[in-house]
Design a protein around this ligand. Structure first.
Ligand SMILES: Nc1ncnc2c1ncn2[C@@H]1O[C@H](COP(=O)(O)OP(=O)(O)OP(=O)(O)O)[C@@H](O)[C@H]1O
Ligand SMILES: [Mg+2]
Length: 347
């Protein structure tokens, strides 16, 4: 299938798996063109990097045609920064953001080597407030170029590089009606990290990357059970946070503690968001990423954070043609949120 003139193939390359989503049609009436989730090969407990043949192989096996793609900006140099700046013309704002980001960089980067993007958050409902709340993203140019080369070698034309919080915003927007003034949160729980995004009025208000993911759950489970990581991974996927016999009770406790640590960080971010941005509470939390498939995780997090929690289904507003296996799609849906956001992004 072709994605049409405007749409891009969304390719989310993580440290554990590669996810691809292609949408046909326009916002509000999308049809699924293709979806894929492939685990990256592993060596010595670590996921290997995605290679051009790996990516082109996925597209080929799923019959996804077309060249233009959108991807996630990875790489060690990526930073997020929240800024409060006075309202000013767009051109000056760009310079001001660049200045604010550069001034706190831990490493010396020549101005031409810094790639910068930013989003303005929805204004707080405070009368007389003349400041803009901004989320800025910065990366080193060589990381961007490495991505472009990877895609070119896979036969794709990389048109857009996004960051995870923006992709979460686009995916949410493609699937939900926005209630005015309501704060929604999305938490993408991957392999090595989790990304929290707070959204309001079609904008990103806050984001934070938390260095806890499914790999930590597995590692802690392995040491708690005194078993190899492969066994722990298998156990984690089979049972998750649901209780079993007494032997499994211990494992469940260890796993609960790891998820609790993640919740503590999310709670801290919520608290910071309320205090710094004088915002109300978060109405709903949506979970995505491979670790959102952990059995019982919604109830568990909902109990700790006292917020309604849902497993995200990024295809719930997308028409699914008959040739797709809907049971399989429903199973992997939370993993496809970021790739769907990329595919739903307008060029
Ligand atoms: N059914 C499942 N139950 C519990 N955990 C699962 C399940 N399926 C996958 N996972 C876990 O999800 C994690 C991988 O998630 P995902 O594929 O979203 O990561 P990624 O996007 O490749 O990584 P990252 O975003 O951190 O770079 C792994 O830790 C894996 O064990
Ligand atoms: Mg990921």
């Amino acid at each position: 299938m072709f994605t049409g003139k405007r749409n891009l193939i969304g390719v989310d390359i993580g440290s554990y798996s590669v996810k691809v989503v292609a949408l046909v049609g326009a916002e509000g009436s999308y049809t699924l063109g293709g979806a894929a989730l492939f685990k990256l090969p592993r060596e010595g407990g670590e996921g290997l990097h995605a290679t051009p043949p790996f990516i082109s192989g996925i597209l080929k096996s799923k019959g996804i045609r077309g060249r233009r793609a959108a991807a996630i900006m990875g790489g060690p140099s990526l930073i997020f920064k929240h800024l409060k700046l006075p309202v000013m013309p767009e051109k000056d704002l760009k310079e001001a953001v660049r200045w604010e980001v550069r001034k706190d960089l831990a490493i010396a980067v020549a101005p031409a080597d810094l790639v910068l993007d930013y989003m303005t958050a929805a204004k707080a409902a405070k009368p007389g407030d003349n400041t803009l709340s901004i989320v800025a993203f910065a990366a080193v140019r060589s990381d961007v170029e490495r991505n472009i080369t990877l895609f070119r070698d896979a036969g794709l034309d990389l048109r857009v590089l996004e960051v995870v919080p923006s992709a979460l915003l686009f995916s949410f927007n493609a699937n939900n009606a926005w209630e005015p003034g309501v704060n929604y949160a999305m938490l993408d729980i991957g392999e090595n990290k989790s990304t929290l995004a707070i959204l309001k009025d079609k904008r990103l208000s806050f984001t934070r990357e938390i260095g806890i993911g499914g790999a930590d759950f597995t590692k802690q489970l392995a040491s708690g059970m005194g078993r190899p990581e492969e066994d722990a991974e298998e156990y984690k996927i089979a049972f998750g946070l649901t209780s079993g016999d007494s032997d499994e009770d211990k494992a469940k406790k260890v796993l609960s503690q790891s998820v609790e640590r993640l919740c503590t960080e999310v709670q801290r971010s919520f608290d910071y968001f309320h205090a710094q941005f004088r915002e109300g509470s978060v109405a709903k939390l949506f979970l995505s990423g491979g670790s959102a498939r952990l059995k019982g995780i919604e109830e568990f997090i909902a109990n700790i954070l006292a917020v309604p929690v849902f497993k995200d289904d990024p295809l719930r507003s997308v028409r699914i043609p008959k040739r797709f296996d809907t049971t399989e799609l429903a199973d992997i849906a939370p993993c496809l949120t970021v790739a769907t956001g990329l595919a739903a992004r307008k060029t």
